[in-house]
Design a protein around this ligand. Sequence first.
Ligand code: SF4
Length: 350
Amino acid sequence: MSGKLISDIRDLSPEEIKSFFIVHKEKPFRGAQVFDWLWKKQGASFDEMTDIPKTCRGLLKSNFTFYKAIPEKTQESRDGTIKIGFRLHDDTMVEGVLIPSGGRFTACVSSQVGCPLGCVFCATGQLGFKRNLSPGEIFDQAACLNSLALKQSISNAGLSNIVYMGMGEPLLNYENVKKSVEMVTSADGMGMSPQRVTISSLGIPKMIRQMADEGLKCQFALSLHSAFNEKRNRLVPFNMKHTVEELKDALKYYYKETGKRFTIEYILFRDVNDSLADASELAVFCRNFPVKVNLLEYNEVEGTGLYRSEPEKLNAFAGFLEKKNMVVNIRISRGKDIDAACGQLAGKNK
Ligand code: SF4
């Protein structure tokens, strides 16, 4: 590892940083010191690494970049939800959200700038795709939201949960998402329990299988929104490439390999997917594995022609599933007034 190419230092493993120092005839333990600054101490620049000799820092500066996601704009909702716009080194923006609830704090982080999947109900999908986030840029959002949670929390406990449910499709940026999950859950990073970190995806069968094969240590949630192919095609055009049946097979595989229960996320759209026939098809889909179903209130996005289901329909839908002995939670939308709710993140504060 010569480090001749200018790359983001946080893309490197501890072994690679150590090799860099060995190649440059510096003490190998500098690698561990630098790694500690990058992740655990959440340093923001090489200059901050004051226990590293100046010559070593100079070497790092001339061989690597150090791209941080910088929190730039904070908006607070009437319900206490906080949205942060992060400025990236190439002048693009992503958003992360902190959702306080009953003394607990959930962070929702982005994995891509924009999103290529173009789900018709989603503001991010309307932006198109710009690029993948690096592991460090994803980690920075979680770390910043954790600091905010620590300031607000009475018990000084920080984040209770992290969900990869912000801008972008995490499984289309799998390697970087994986590394960020590893650093968020590692004692060398934020040290969160893998039980409290969830990747939420539209479902890419090949990647669900890979995640299972690799035993990635986190939870998984699938955004289904309809168990009927024709309806899912309309809501999630990506479904035309990978049908509900393919997804079901991949999820069966995931359960067989990991033994982990996962979550099915389902947004209810008025008169589109909120009938009892839809609930019945969802129940049939869920018979294949142990799941928990989260029914989400839709956060209306202008120009989509889609609307939130009436509360009675939402309750009837939930009741139908409960009668089938399914575990069902109703998730009422948070942060609507600042466009911080699920599906509303569109970098409007740029
Ligand atoms: S819902 Fe998720 S996958 Fe679909 S366009 Fe929005 S960000 Fe992308």
